[in-house]
Design a protein around this ligand. Structure first.
Ligand SMILES: Cc1ncc(C[n+]2csc(CCOP(=O)(O)OP(=O)(O)O)c2C)c(N)n1
Length: 521
């Protein structure tokens, strides 16, 4: 991406040598521009908090500005301590924070928050660059200005916020960018609503008020409309005929109207399908926050779901639900390898019913959404506001004040919050922490960047560490995945390490979707 090249090249030409990177997706153009630049030296660490301090160390030693590159969301927030330190010790830092472009902000798009001017009084200067502007002079002069401020009297940190549009990685090609979509949506409180539609679809994300779940399921039952529910909605713990359990793995019939309750769902495929078919699409939420990253909502109703459901009328067509049910097939196929998907599936049978489940960001939340269907548990949890891999162990420990907890976390998320492990010794209820160790960021294998020669080092951030000694350090019992039933029986906190292969998991899921889409109805 040319904008990213202008930013990095300008910095290098001004004398910045060290680019300190924590892996992420939105930052791809900057990371690749730096990796390909002869004058830049790259350092990688999975933890933004750590890499921020690492850059600080370089800047202190060299007395030259060092650059930090981070992805969007809480990744940016994690830079605050090092920026505060740079501010108070007058250390020059160039902080390149990646962001979503304007059309994806303030509409509940994933990993997107208000990170413009987030560091406020701790930076000497800050700028929010445009996503695309064919003006090399502008980019170079903005970067030059940032560099200038790092060297002021006193020197200090600057934030350069860099919003990028997809595609973030296009091998050997230049890219064209589309025009942003802009629509106005009336927002109104619940009042009796009557719709002509008979082919409706109910989508449920995590609900602001969990008690709303039953009225929503009852509405779907009354109308005989199919339901696509995210794992964090907990709907799967209350099976109903209308729930389509494997919606991600099927060709979906086209609805006339979609009612979406609660937060954004984890399934990217569902969101992309809705974006493609563009039905009448109403979001019902008690909160005024716009949740429409695809810019496809046609209406918003600000109301409690229970109140809305009681007042909503439409028609039903018995064949409509049937057309969905016929296509809702378990995608499972036997395979010789044991992947994270297999672990989730076997967990469905082993999970102790008095446990809650926290699914960390990365692949665990996605694998759980697809394959974790326990008969009973205390509910599913996740940190999907900004989908950060930070603080996941600490969140699990907090949840265990209320109930026994099973945490399912990837190795990078675990490394990111390793210093929260001792919290597991203090929880009121036991925590079983499954560390799904595929020796790097498995989620990136599912992205086009996996084709890049930089993939293993800069994106997967591959390593060969095991977690036994970390558990030992904090006096936590440590087991392999096979011991899980025994661990539940013991009722004590423990670390359970599951060794898998991220590429195998990717290949297996690819195989499932190919098999499903080819199978006869
Ligand atoms: C604080 C923060 N930094 C970076 C990211 C970008 N990110 C999303 S998932 C991921 C890798 C997750 O790897 P792991 O925890 O090992 O789980 P896996 O996908 O391998 O199952 C990264 C770095 C993020 N979401 N949050």
């Amino acid at each position: 991406m040319k904008e990213a090249f202008w930013i990095i090249d300008q910095l290098v030409q001004q004398g910045v040598r060290h680019f300190c990177v924590a892996p992420g997706s939105r930052s791809t153009p900057l990371v690749l521009a730096a990796a390909d630049h002869r004058g830049a030296k790259i350092h990688v660490h999975y933890d933004e908090r750590g890499i921020g301090f690492y850059a600080l160390g370089i800047a202190k030693a060299t007395r030259q500005p060092a650059a930090v590159i981070a992805t969007s969301g809480t990744a940016v927030g994690n830079l605050l301590p090092s920026i505060m330190e740079a501010h108070h010790t007058c250390t020059p830092l160039i902080v390149l924070t990646s962001d979503r472009p304007a059309e994806l902000r303030d509409c509940s798009a994933n990993q997107t928050t208000d990170q413009v001017k987030i560091f406020q009084s701790f930076v000497r200067w800050q700028v929010d660059l445009p996503s695309s502007l064919d003006d090399e002079r502008y980019f170079r002069s903005a970067i030059a200005q940032g560099y200038f401020y790092t060297r002021q009297n006193p020197p200090g940190p600057v934030q350069i916020n860099c919003p990028f549009r997809e595609p973030l990685y296009v091998p050997n090609s230049s890219q064209k960018e589309g025009a942003p979509i802009h629509l106005e949506f009336p927002s109104h409180r619940a009042r009796p609503q009557k719709k002509n539609a008979s082919k409706g679809l109910v989508v449920i994300g995590r609900l602001p008020h969990p008690d709303d779940l039953h009225p929503i399921l009852e509405l779907a039952n009354r109308l005989q409309w199919p339901v696509c529910a995210d794992i964090l909605s907990n709907a799967r713990l209350f099976p109903t005929d209308e729930q389509i359990l494997h919606f991600d793995w099927m060709e979906k019939p086209t609805p006339e109207l979609v009612l979406h309750f609660g937060e954004r769902v984890t399934s990217k495929r569902l969101l992309e399908w809705l974006k493609k078919i563009k039905p009448e699409y109403i979001h019902v939420s008690p909160w005024p926050v716009l949740q429409d990253s695809g810019r496809i909502l046609t209406g918003r109703v600000q109301a409690d779901a229970t109140e809305f459901c009681a007042n909503f009328e439409a028609s039903s067509d018995p064949k409509w639900l049937l057309s969905w049910k016929e296509l809702d097939r378990d995608p499972w196929i036997d395979d010789s390898s044991f992947t994270e998907a297999h672990a989730m599936r076997s967990l469905s049978g082993i999970l102790a019913s008095d446990y809650g489940v926290f699914l960390a960001n990365g692949m665990p939340i996605r694998d759980g959404d697809h394959f974790l269907f326990p008969k009973k548990c205390r509910g599913f949890f996740g940190n999907r506001g900004l989908s950060g891999i930070d603080g996941n162990i600490a969140t699990i420990a907090g949840l265990a004040e209320e109930m026994p907890l099973l945490g399912f976390i990837g190795d990078q998320a675990c490394l990111h919050d390793l210093n929260s492990l001792p919290l597991l010794k203090k929880t009121k209820h036991p925590v079983v922490l499954i560390v799904s160790n595929n020796f790097g960021g498995g989620i990136f294998s599912h992205l086009p960047i996996s084709a890049s020669p930089h993939f293993e080092t800069l994106f997967a951030a591959a390593h060969s560490w095991r977690f036994e000694k970390a558990a030992q350090m904090f006096d936590l019992p440590y087991f392999g995945f096979d011991a899980l039933p025994k661990v539940f029986e013991a009722g004590q906190s423990a670390v359970v390490e599951l060794i898998t292969d991220r590429v195998e998991n990717y290949k297996y899921q690819k195989k499932l979707s190919t098999a499903c889409l080819r199978a006869p109805a």
